[in-house]
Design a protein around this ligand. Structure first.
Ligand code: ADP
Ligand code: MG
Length: 393
């Protein structure tokens, strides 16, 4: 038995993945509760169910377009690290598959291999770090070698799914070296990495999509999404960039302002931390005339997390044509900004956008003080480097 890797196949894959993430959300969240912040299942459930609506509306015509659309959606809507990470997996696959209406089996192998490389690059992670890479990398390798050994695509995907599950199991004795679980140090040993577990489910869904009897749409998606999207809503503080209206694109085609300065964007998991840090930095600008600074903290509903949309909006707000420097706290904040930086044009942000490698508060103050006195983007970045090197003992 073989199968055609057409758009219908990839729709079945996404529908099946959504169904599994909905069914397994509690299990994935339990895994994340042990070594993280107990949101992995909820993150994937929300991201994939709402992606289902996007692809129903847009109905991308090719496998590449479909995977790209869902990948972008995940980066945009999942507030945790897994959003930009799975976002880059699907977008990278979509890019490698290009515009072909039917994917040849070796091309899928290339797409999977490239996806693994993109996660490793974005997350600065390697096999053995106890992350999703430990499931995805063996899956891509098993798929490629099964094809090379003469297996058909069904056998190769079966091998990939098995390898992914083994890889996920193999994270149990490992110490986490990336992501939130790494904060636990040796205490992360003995727990399965939640992202590796969900990656094994994702690759298994790819194998299961070889069953042409599976539906192309997950019917439970709408109801599930409504049940999970009721976040707490907090009033936005004055310095938070306003939440964009649905579908609204940030306006980035700004003319450089005469006397424009470098803009500073502060991305924290917390709306309050980002806003307060902006207030602190402004208060410490001696001239009393701070350069543009915008806070992009938390999720649009005020919850803890990272929102690509709020970040893009904040960047547009502070852009005076002289460059924008972004300070981030950690995890998904860093990963989401790096994903935006990887494709400035596609994200509608200015080319001269930089991420500062510096502690959040100290870096924010150094950046804003330097930008306020007219320092260029190189000088602002150098000031944040100094903040990183400043010893306190
Ligand atoms: P968060 O950690 O922001 O709460 P999730 O709980 O949704 O996000 O996802 C956590 C998973 O993401 C981890 O189990 C791990 O597999 C993966 N992950 C986190 N950081 C990295 C990284 N730097 N590289 C690769 N994978 C990572
Ligand atoms: Mg988590």
């Amino acid at each position: 038995m073989s199968v055609t890797l057409d758009t219908a196949f990839f729709r079945r894959f996404l529908a099946r993945a959504t169904q599994v993430f909905v069914a397994e959300a509690a299990h994935l969240t339990d895994l994340d509760a042990a070594i993280g912040d107990a949101d992995h299942g909820a993150n994937l459930k929300r991201g994939f169910t709402s992606a289902g609506r996007v692809i129903a509306d847009e109905a991308p015509a090719t496998p590449g377009a479909l995977l790209t659309a869902v990948g972008m959606h995940l980066t945009n809507t999942v507030g945790g690290a897994s959003g930009p990470l799975y976002g880059t997996v699907l977008r990278r696959m979509g890019k490698v598959l290009g515009e072909d209406p039917v994917v040849e089996p070796p091309a899928l192998g290339k797409a999977l291999t490239a996806a693994v490389a993109s996660v490793r690059r974005l997350g600065d992670s390697a096999p053995g770090d106890a992350t999703m890479v430990d499931a995805l990398a063996p899956a891509a390798e098993a798929y490629t070698s099964a094809l090379a050994d003469g297996g058909d695509v069904v056998a190769a995907l079966d091998a990939a799914a098995r390898a992914a599950h083994q890889g996920a199991e193999a994270t149990v004795p490992l110490q986490a070296r990336r992501g939130r679980a790494s904060y636990l140090g040796e205490r992360s040993i003995g727990h399965q990495d939640p992202g590796a577990a969900s990656s094994a489910m994702l690759i298994t869904a790819l194998y299961e999509a070889t069953d042409t009897g599976l539906p192309e749409v997950f019917e439970g998606a709408e109801a599930e999404e409504e049940a999970t999207s009721e976040g707490e809503t907090a009033a936005a503080p004055a310095t938070q960039s306003p939440q964009p209206a649905a579908g609204e694109k940030a306006d980035v085609k700004k003319e450089p302002k005469e006397n424009g300065r470098v803009g500073v964007v502060l991305v924290s998991h917390s709306r309050d931390v980002a806003a307060s840090t902006a207030d602190l930095a402004k208060a410490l600008v001696g001239t009393g005339d701070p350069a543009p600074v915008a806070a992009a903290g938390g999720l649009p509903d005020g919850g803890i997390g990272t929102s690509a949309e709020l970040i893009r909006r904040a960047i547009a707000d502070v852009d005076e044509g002289k460059g924008v420097v972004v300070l981030c706290d950690m995890g998904s904040a860093v990963l989401t900004v790096k994903e935006i930086l990887a494709d400035p044009a596609g994200n509608g942000v200015p080319e001269d956008l930089r991420i500062a490698d510096a502690p959040f508060v100290e870096g924010a103050v150094a950046a804003l003080v330097t930008a306020s006195v007219g320092g260029d983007a190189d000088m602002v970045t150098a000031a944040t480097d100094d903040a990183r090197g400043y010893r306190k003992v």
